[in-house]
Design a protein around this ligand. Structure first.
Ligand SMILES: [Zn+2]
Length: 866
């Protein structure tokens, strides 16, 4: 799965080393005395009535005599239940909280194979859980399409089943559908029979052995474009009329498939692979790796040259690469339980960059990956963090595991380990792991064991240090006589990590301009001493593959700053990120960060300048309502305006492929600083656009609309609103509606909030309006959402309900918000699902501290300059 947003984090203090090995205690799972082997499912959706009829025949194996069969079912009603060879029908009882059905027989059933038949009925939901619908506008009316979303535990809303990743089975699906609609599932259509009344019965071919959460069904007025690659029929499926927008993703998939087959050393095991686009949104995820039928919300798959930006193109390639990596890591080899989800997601998040870099080296995506690592470190250095491998007892906790630590720390740790053992040894271990566990389940230690067989470097202990314990290592670097000493400590921004923690940290050190590098492990009880020539500039974590922060002593820090522009772009980013984090946390003066920002020059790598622009914008957000803001803004404009003057409003022929990203982030930062010249220029372009819409496309269109929306008056807001209402495509409608929530005018932001409760826009889009307002007015958005929680919860998939409200408060600086969050969680969020709340509380407290304690240093420094 690809998260909708990388945020979130958690408590859950204890973790045992046994976790990475075998099953942990306390999991709530189905009894193991009966297991499924094969499902034959038939469904008849009633799209208008939002319900469906189903029947399933499950080949089961009874391993131990029992008179009870327990399986998962949620929101289903059973009309007929029978077991082959047993005359009397069982009694059926449901447990709504555990989402199970129990069949009780009059006498024990002997071990052996049986067929369990169930006729049942279920619901078609308005959000992405189980079978759900997405409505969209077409000329002269509306249309409805159906899709399924089962990860992590919603297959049970579609079919009674053993809904656990380790219960792998084969599936055949049959669906009765309107003759003029396209039905899609994991496998190709094996037969399509004509029925009476404009209906067809579609039979899909049998799937390979797989977990229930990977099953997929889609139905609608779709079109498909396709290409045959290595014998695999790759397709992109969109709403009728949108296939041109899917061409870019089809090209990406066609390039990626042979690369993965080679990398994993295993052929893609299905005859076809569809990428299916659905109009709408989820607050929980962006795309889902159903085997052979990957589902994407449109904005993660489709490219419309009129409105899509360069960043959107990079993003689509990355998400396609992520989901396709899951066809092997996740689908072919699956974690045995949800505490192994990090390996699925961390691995796919790492592979998305590796594959994207392979085909688009000019994009420099490893620089982009630094943002994800930084996001993980931010969460991992505060109260509310948790180890990558954490105990998951039930489905509720499994929902919470799809977080920044799982995805981004998982990705960063895998990158560090690959860098440490070398590409070839890592790939060889990966191939052996895939081969060994294909069509089966694995635990994390299974991977380390295979890598140790192919690599000369032992990796298990290091992997355990970084995955079984929480937190961010800190490597202190001190100049000593003709050498530097590296010692290991822990980086933490509050009291969460005061207990000493030991890691074996893989470190790469290079000297600026030197040819050789030093590689070794640094740990709490084994500092390293590396020889250094007089005046040389050591770069610790050179190449930035390590998951740790580096704290240089004052002499070395000053030396690095003086040579900042001579560093490679990735080391410049590493230094900027570390200095900022160390400055905010009080390890170093904040002024060190300003000194680095002051070294920004046009002509530096665009993604480094993107980081600098974002740092300035983020500091300006921190300054909200503080007296020092005017002086800070003057400083920010002095840094950013010369950079923007070189970049300009319009793309230049032959410019760096990342220049559009820099242009749009510089404009976003200047917009944040309320730069009057930028606002005036954007308004002028907007006026021309209203007369001649084709005058603005892609990146420029996006930037101009953002600036105009942020500084909109009532009339402009209404112009944007009518553009949103009449937008011809769901992709464009989505973009325009979100702009309405960007207004800095409180009354207009309130109107955007009110829209979330009207039925003007498609239902899955509406919660995003509140989220959009929360960027600038977090307290107002939170209060609004809490006041209308019942209405809003009906629009959210159950997986999002415990996280959506706390997340709205993420940008708040008000310490009073902490008590409000506590009160809300106490009343509305189950105690086992408050991880996001804890993380947001820690974030609000930290932001308030930075405003209080650190910004005065910035004020003082800015005064000294004048
Ligand atoms: Zn994923």
């Amino acid at each position: 799965m690809r998260s909708a947003a990388f945020v979130l984090c958690v408590l859950i203090g204890f973790v045992s080393r046994a976790l990475a090995g075998e099953a942990s205690e306390g999991r709530i799972v189905l009894p193991a005395d009966v297991v499924p082997l094969h499902y034959e499912i038939a469904v008849v959706p009633d799209t208008a009535a939002l319900s469906f009829a189903g029947s399933v025949k499950i080949d089961i194996e009874v391993r131990q005599a029992t008179s009870r069969i327990e399986l998962n079912a949620a929101d289903l009603t059973f009309s007929h239940v029978a077991l082959s060879g047993v005359a009397q029908a069982p009694q059926v009882s449901f447990d709504a909280s555990q989402e199970t059905a129990t069949l009780t027989f009059a006498a024990p059933i002997a071990p052996g194979r049986y067929v369990l038949s169930i006729d049942y009925a279920g619901k078609i939901n308005n959000n992405a859980a189980g079978l759900f619908y997405l409505d969209y506008d077409v000329a002269g009316g509306k249309k409805r399409a159906l899709f399924t979303q089962f990860e992590n535990s919603d297959a049970r809303r579609f079919v009674p089943c053993w809904d656990e990743p380790a219960q792998k089975s084969t599936f055949t699906l049959t669906a009765t559908v309107p003759s003029d609609e396209m039905a899609v599932s994991n496998t190709p259509v094996a037969a399509r029979d004509k029925l009476m009344g404009g209906l067809d019965r579609v039979h899909f071919a049998e799937t390979p052995k797989m977990s229930s959460y990977l099953l997929f069904f889609g139905l609608g007025d779709f079109e498909r474009i396709s290409r045959k690659v290595d014998g695999v029929d790759i397709g992109v499926i969109t709403k009728r009329g949108d296939t041109a927008q899917g061409q870019y993703a089809l090209d990406a998939a066609a390039r990626i498939l042979p690369y993965y087959e080679d990398y994993f050393g295993a052929k893609y095991p299905l005859p076809k692979l569809d990428l299916v686009a659905g109009p709408g949104l989820s607050q929980f995820f962006g795309a889902m790796e159903n085997w052979g039928a990957i589902f994407f919300f449109e904005r993660d798959l489709l490219i419309d040259p009129k409105i899509s930006t360069e960043d959107d193109k990079h993003g689509v390639f990355i998400v396609v690469a992520h989901e396709m990596a899951h066809m092997w890591s996740g689908d072919l080899v699956t974690m045995d339980w949800w505490d192994g989800i990090w390996l699925n997601e961390g691995f796919a998040s790492w592979m998305e960059y590796k594959a994207t870099d392979r085909f688009n080296p000019a994009w420099n995506v490893w620089l982009r990956a630094m943002r994800a690592k930084e996001g993980a470190m931010r969460v991992d250095s505060r109260a509310g963090t948790h180890p990558v491998v954490q105990p998951i007892h039930d489905v509720l906790q499994a929902n919470e595991a799809f977080d920044t630590i799982t995805y981004s720390k998982g990705m960063s740790v895998i990158r560090m380990l690959e860098n440490f053992v070398g590409d070839d040894a890592w790939r060889a271990g990966m191939r052996a792991y895939i081969q060994k566990y294909a069509y089966a389940n694995a635990v994390t230690d299974g991977l380390w064991a295979e890598i140790e067989k192919t690599s000369a470097t032992p990796v298990t202990d290091i992997a355990h240090d970084f995955t079984l314990q929480e937190g961010v290592p800190l490597i202190r670097v001190d100049a000593i006589h003709h050498a530097v000493r590296l010692t290991q400590d822990r980086f933490t921004v509050d009291d969460s990590g005061k207990a000493p923690t030991a890691w074996r940290v893989p470190v790469v050190e290079k000297t600026l301009g030197g040819k050789s590098e030093w590689r070794g492990l640094v740990s709490r009880d084994k500092p390293a001493v590396i020889a250094l020539a007089n005046g040389a500039v050591p770069i610790v974590n050179a190449g930035q593959a390590g998951y740790f922060r580096t704290l240089y002593d004052r002499t070395l820090s000053a030396r690095l700053a003086a040579h900042f522009r001579a560093l490679s772009p990735i080391d410049q980013l590493g230094l900027l990120n570390d200095e900022r984090a160390l400055g905010y946390a009080g390890y170093e003066p904040m002024t060190d960060t300003l000194a680095l920002i002051g070294r920004a020059r046009a002509g530096m790598n665009p993604l480094v300048l993107v980081d600098i622009a974002n740092q300035i914008a983020a500091l300006d957000v921190l300054y909200r309502d503080l007296p020092g803001r005017a002086a800070f803004r003057a400083y920010g404009l002095r840094v950013l305006r010369p950079l923007f003057a070189k970049v300009g409003w319009s793309a230049k022929p032959g410019e760096d492929t990342n220049m559009p990203l820099l242009r749009s982030d510089l404009l976003a930062a200047l917009n944040q600083l309320d730069d009057p010249s930028v606002i005036a220029a954007a308004r002028k372009r907007f006026a021309a656009f209203l007369k001649k819409p084709e005058s603005l496309t892609g990146d420029l269109r996006s930037s101009v609309l953002e600036i105009v929306a942020a500084h909109a008056d009532a009339a402009t807001w209404e112009q944007l609103h009518s553009l949103a209402k009449s937008a011809p495509s769901s992709l464009e409608k989505h973009q325009l509606y979100l702009l309405l929530g960007r207004a800095h005018d409180r009354a207009l932001a309130q109107r955007a909030l009110d829209l979330a409760l009207s039925d003007e826009a498609p239902v899955t889009m509406r919660p995003a309006f509140i989220d959009s307002v929360a960027d600038y007015f977090p307290d107002m958005a939170f209060d609004f959402a809490v006041a209308h929680a019942d209405a809003i919860n009906t629009m959210l998939e159950p997986d999002s309900r415990n996280e959506f409200m706390p997340r709205l408060a993420g940008e708040s600086h008000d310490p009073a918000m902490i008590a409000k969050l506590e009160a809300y969680a106490e009343a509305h969020i189950p105690a086992t699902a408050r991880q996001e709340t804890v993380r947001i509380e820690a974030s609000v407290a930290y932001t308030a501290m930075v405003r209080d304690k650190r910004l005065p240093d910035v004020d003082a420094r800015l005064k000294r300059r004048h």
